[in-house]
Structures are given as C-alpha cells and as structure tokens.
Design a protein. Sequence first.
Length: 551
Amino acid sequence: MNTEFDYDVLIVGSGFGGSVSALRLAEKGWKVGVLEMGRRLTTEDFEAAAHSNRALTWMPALGMTGFFAQEVFRHVAILRGIGVGGGSNVYGAVLLEPKEAFYRDPAWVGLNADWRAELAPHYETARRMLGIGDNPYRGIQDQWLEQAAERLGAAHTFGPVPQGIFFGSPEWKSPDPYFNGKGPERQGCTQCGRCFTGCAYGAKNSLDKNYLYFAEQAGVRVMPERKVTHIEPLAAGGYRLHLQHPWDKGLSYAPLTARQVILAAGALGTQEILFASRDLYRTLPNVSPALGEHVRTNSEALVGILSRDPDVDVTKGAAISTHFYADDKTHLTQNRLPPSYGLMKFYMVPMVDDNNPARRALRTLWAYLRHPFNAFRVYFARNWYKRTTYLTVMQHADNELRFSFGRTLLRGFRHALKSELAKGGRTPSFLPQANAAARAVAEASNGIPQNMIVESLGNMSVTAHILGGAVIAAAPADGVIDSNHEVFGYPGLYVVDGAAIPANVGVNPSLTITAMAERFAAKFPARVDAMAAVTADEERNLTRFMPAVTL
C-alpha cells in the first residue's frame, strides 16, 4: 500500500451504496474505511426507539442522537435513517424491482440502450445478499388493503411484498440461514410491527446482517460519529477528508486521506458535502453546475386512516407486508406503526381533494371550522397507533425539485441545503390516487381518511425515498457523475447512493440502489498487488461472498 494515504478507499456513509462498496472493494484487495455520521446501534437502542420518540429521533442540536431524521425544507419534508447501516435500520425491508418505464426513462436511457439487461445480474446478487422472501403473515390491515385494491379495480396486482426479513422461528436463535452458516445467528420475525424503529430481535436483514457484517470481517474499518465537512484534492492525487463530531464540539478528528473516495451519504448528505466543498470551502470548484438538479421524491405521498373502532389493533405483522398497483405508474404499500410514532397524529388533517394548493389549504381549514369534533377527535384517539394505517404511495412520474446551498432561516442562518422549484413539473403535494386509496381503506376499515398537514397546508411534498441531486449523466451539463459513477473532473471521486439515480423509481428504491452499487463495484478494478500476494486458499476466502457464489 502507498503509505502516503491512510486508506486506499474511504467511503462516506454506511447505507446501501456504502455497505455494498465496502464489502466488494475489500474483497478486491483494497484497504477500506467507512465514515458514518450516526451512531453504531444496539438492540437496546432499537427497544428504546420503539417506545420513545426522543430515543428514535436524530436532532443533535436538541440533544437527540437517535437514528430517524425528519428534515423540513421549503418545498419538501424528508424522512431518512442515520446510523451504521443507514436507512436499513428504519426501512420496511421492501425489496421491489421497478417497472420497465424506469429503465426507459429519458433521464438516463441515452447512457445505456438496455438498463434492465445491464442491471439484471446485479439485482439478482442484491436479492441474494439482502435475503429476499415473501411475508407469510396476513393481518387485518392486509385484509383492508386487499379490499381497497378490489374497490379500485386492482385486485389482480395485490399480494405480499418481497421482503428482506427472516421468517424462521421467533422462539430461538438459528444458525445463519443465508450464507451457508457464515453470517450471524438469526431470530425469526415476531410480527411486532416495529421495523421502522429498528429490529430488536434481529429478524430484519439490515446491512449489519449481510454487507457490513462481511465487510468488517474482511478488514473494513467502520468509524461512526464522523461527519465529513468537505473534501480536498491532494496535489499528487488522492483526497483529504475533513471531519468533525456531529454533536460534540469538544471532540475533534484529524483529517483522513485516501487514494479514492466514495460518497454514499444518501441523497441529502452527498449533496451537502459536494455543495460545501464547491461553494463554501472551494476545494472542489469544478463540480458540475448540475449539482442539486433533478432531485426526486419518488413522486410520493403519505396518507393515513384511523379506524373508528377503539379496540382494533392493526400492529401485528411486519411494518409493511402487502402492496398493490393502483394504475400502471402508482404503487401502494400499507404501514404499521410502533408506539413511538404517536406524535404523528398531530401531522394529520382532514382529507381534502384539490389540485390548487391555496384552495386546498382553505378547504382544509374550513373542514376544521365546519366539523370541529370530527377534525379534532383524531388527536385524542385512544390507542391511536394501534388503530392507524398509513399508506405509502409512490409513482414513476416525471416531476422534480432542485437544491441549492447557502444560508437559510430553516437552519438558523447556517450554510445548508435549500429546496427550490425546478423548471419541469414540480414534485406533488397532492396525489389523487393516494386519496382514493385512503378512502377505499377507510371504507373497508370503518375509518377516517387523512392527509399530511405539510401537504395540505404547506403545499409540500413528503418522502421517505429522496433521490437524485448528483445524478448519472453523459456530460457535466446534465449531471454530476458519469456512467461509472465518477464525478466529472475529479478522478477517483465517486457517488454511489440514491443521489446518483436520475429518475423516480416508482417503488421502494433500496433494491435498486443496492443493484446499482453492485454494478459500480463490479466495474471497480481489483488491487493487483494485493490479489497477487494471496494464496489460493486466501483468495477463495476473500471472494467467498462475491456474486458468483451460490448462497
């Protein structure tokens, strides 16, 4: 190794893109380090987060160092996970491949005539590594969703979601069922409905159970509680990463150097680092002017339904277990909520249909005035989280926002990301398909359909699947990275996460991000001197989790 560098490769972020890259590049002989802004989480953290909003929430400025962030911008509210394992700690483990329209989207079809064929083997690897299977359990919430699909003429599309959860016995720990016994012991799903606050039982196939687990066995060093402020190119090649502690200003870290750097901090984190490096610290002045463009929300909406039955309990099951397609571009899943999500009742308002934002806001306020009892009783509902069904509605549709960077009131006049309207169709704050589905579930469950307050009164989009901002493109005028994920103008600097995706996926994007990261890593060269030095036995051990292996 060149001793001038601390690492051959430094990866910023430990979510899907970062974890895949860490394992695969370590297998290819590189010395790899992973920098993660959040904490390394424990079973006790997950148990606490299921019941305590404070334990769950990431808001360091207010002393909360959990792992679930809710970030509000002028035009969008974004939910994301922060911690070792990234979004896999808080996701519902839904592993869906998008429809054909995603691969043919004009945003990137010019780079490859057949993205589906190109990504197919990498999707297969991702499925094996993430342990995909169908959820065998169906509860009352799933029955309601099926009835809603029937009401909407979409019963033929209803079914269990492909899911990364171990559905073995919940009564005892079992030897690793996915990697020929070489992975961690696992306990089966208890159907507790708390996937969004981390799995305290170890049933969910979060990244610490697969990619990160094997990456650390291969020698990757994961360094939590490190926030990268900016990246500085070195005169002789390589990069220096400047660090700070995310909340403890009394702690300081020396910069780290690497021959190559992979940004995988999520769509928000990656954009923030690139913007700060280009515009604030001016260490990467030649990053494309397309940075911040083509930000996608997966054309998403969240709607809720509160059952009028105070004794109903919908929480038994995985957080997400069934889904259907309302039309050729609109996908829906149901969501069960944990106790710590109780404050979300105050995010909800009476359901109103109107494409005009101002009129919709007025009609929402009028609903409070006209029927105050009906409007306010949801805030005092007993067992609210047990009675509530959320629907996540996603679309493959051409709409977008853009981000810029500068001082903003929403961040205390600090330099930070700022949302702006894009030239094309803006991301939606109202989806008719979402409201129709919510009303159909309400009919099935004798429930009250509701919208999100930030959508109805704030004309804001809401998403748990933010994408884009540093997208793949043919030239710097159109995006930030090339088809090999390398930042234009900066050799050895890459973006491998949701920020790279130029179009709305239309379904939960974790499998797609994983597949694209596998594609990137497959193209990344092996470290020749390291690979030549290992014996045949060592080489077999080094590559035992490569895609060709039968798992």
